[in-house]
Write a protein that binds this ligand. Structure first.
Ligand SMILES: [Zn+2]
Length: 85
């Protein structure tokens, strides 16, 4: 089981894991140690870092609206989607 996200299938750029509260508001990684408002994870893939990417977002840096309960779950979902085309 890998713990790395594969590169974005559209632009080849890096995707990151963003630590969020239960409502999907992004926090920095230290929030994970003290998740006072619930804990979830989402994908981050910003337009600033990946200018040519058709799925990177302008306004905020999170990608999509799906929240995952664990890093493992998020990584599995992203990587398997890429591998399966
Ligand atoms: Zn991309």
């Amino acid at each position: 089981m890998t713990n790395k996200l594969l590169p974005c299938p559209f632009c080849g750029g890096k995707a990151h894991i963003a630590v969020c509260d239960a409502e999907g508001n992004p926090h920095d990684d230290s929030y994970e140690n003290d998740p006072w408002s619930g804990l979830s994870y989402t994908l981050m893939h910003s337009f600033i870092e990946n200018e040519l990417c058709p799925i990177a977002h302008f306004e905020d840096t999170t990608l999509g609206t799906t929240l995952y309960d664990s890093r493992e779950e998020l990584i599995k979902a992203w990587n398997e989607r890429i591998k399966n085309g």
